[in-house]
Write a protein that binds this ligand. Structure first.
Ligand SMILES: Cc1ncc(COP(=O)(O)O)c(C=O)c1O
Length: 407
């Protein structure tokens, strides 16, 4: 490619930009377990709210602060509306926060590995990043984070891509000792047992960020929000885009957050499946990190994460692979419907059987003739069954079952 135009700012020219997970083309039939979307449709109340948006609401500019959503969310979360900032996805919350908290030439710190958007946002702000390795067992490295003297600390909790969770007591310890902003990115909080929302009342420097992309099945709608003390929200409002949430998304997001009963059923289902997928992968020799999110990070038995990612892709199953130190021996798998998860497990088994066949082929002839090798399943059988199983309408039955069980 030709070199970037010289009139583009140097930090922009020098940066790689955020690399989103791949999205299949229209009509492509894949089991999509790579970007942590929710496998269930949004609440019927959301679809009704979208259909009922008045044409006048499209002709006019939307309410600049998405007050209908703020009112609905405040009730559900037990805070006041002036403690909420609505945004165009939680990526927008992160952009607004970085503009407000991180000075050009300053530093953004975060435990690493984590969400790969953080360094991109710091670069755009002409700021430095200090990536601090997690403490043992993905504990919060409080002293090392404080030692960075950063303007702000970002903490994804549950973390991506590990799915690990830091207890609110540790975050409180950090917030109490730190003079800058502590942004707790709770994109996956709906799938966890606990969260840091209560810290917002105790600490003026804590900002909690949430999204409707994961728990509320609205990744395509783009809606997220921040919760902080009113005087912090007032500052964040100054630096957001003028109309950062459109009228349709506000109606959808308000209806979504009001329908807690519907979504709780889905969250419980995902948690149950997370446990099952973790157990099955462990059984197959994968080193699965205990997850509090809607995905699991799994160490591949022979450490070749890329081979498993590519092998599953050939079978029509998309998972996420990060070619980075500490992650290249793993794959990250979104928890889907039971059928999708079964397709994944079958795919993993098929890859293992293929690897076993290949290594048997490389062994001396006498070894190859052992009867157990002859009993290997035909990989083609699995291939036919796996992706098809994931797209058949049985998914709907799963959801109905999940909701029925949740009641
Ligand atoms: C930790 C984390 N934060 C934020 C986001 C962005 O979510 P949104 O769709 O709300 O922009 C993601 C998306 O994958 C994420 O993993």
């Amino acid at each position: 490619m030709s070199s970037p135009p010289s009139f583009v700012r140097a930090p922009v020219r020098d940066m790689a930009g955020y690399a989103p997970g791949e999205q299949p083309g229209p009509g492509e039939r894949v089991v999509k377990l790579n970007t942590n979307e929710n496998p269930f449709p949004p609440s019927p109340r959301v679809m009704r709210a979208v259909r009922e948006v008045d044409e006048e609401a499209l002709r006019r500019y939307p309410n600049p602060t998405a007050d209908a959503f703020r009112a609905a969310a405040a009730k559900v979360l037990g805070v006041t509306p002036d403690m909420i900032l609505a945004a165009n996805g939680s990526d927008d919350v992160l952009t607004i926060a970085t503009r407000a908290f991180v000075s050009p030439g300053g530093t953004l710190a975060y435990p690493d590995p984590t969400y790969s958007l953080y360094p991109v946002l710091a670069q755009l702000q002409d700021a430095k990043v200090t990536a601090v390795p997690w403490a043992a067992n993905y504990g919060l490295p409080i002293d090392a984070l404080l030692a960075t003297k950063a303007d702000a600390i970002y903490l994804a909790n549950p973390n991506a891509p590990t799915g690990t969770f830091v207890p609110p007591s540790a975050v409180a310890e950090l917030a109490a000792a730190f003079g800058g902003a502590v942004l707790v990115d709770e994109a996956y909080a709906d799938f966890a047992d606990d969260n840091c929302l209560a810290l917002v009342r105790r600490f003026p420097n804590v900002v909690v960020s949430r999204t409707l992309s994961k728990g509320y099945s609205l990744a395509g709608m783009r809606f997220g929000f921040a919760v902080a003390q009113p005087q912090v929200i007032a500052e964040l409002l100054k630096v957001k885009d003028s109309y950062n949430c459109d009228a349709v998304s506000v109606a959808a997001a308000a209806a979504a957050i009001e329908d807690q009963e519907y979504y709780r059923g889905n969250w419980d289902y995902v948690r149950r499946e997370r446990q099952r997928v973790s157990a099955e992968l462990t059984q197959l020799g994968y080193a699965v990190i205990d997850s509090h999110a809607n995905f699991v990070l799994a160490g591949v038995p022979d450490g070749r994460g890329k081979d498993v990612y590519l092998g599953l892709k050939k079978l029509g199953i998309l998972v996420r692979f990060f070619d980075k130190p500490g992650l290249a021996d793993k794959v990250r798998v979104t928890i889907g419907t039971m059928q999708q998860n079964n397709a994944l497990i079958e795919g993993v088994k098929e890859l293992a059987a293929g690897a076993e066949k290949a290594s048997a082929a490389a062994r001396p002839a006498a070894d190859k003739d052992k009867p157990d090798k002859d009993k290997q399943a035909d990989p083609a059988e699995h291939r036919a069954a796996a992706p098809a199983a994931a797209v058949r309408p049985a998914d709907k039955a799963d959801r109905a079952e999940a909701v029925a069980q949740a009641k």
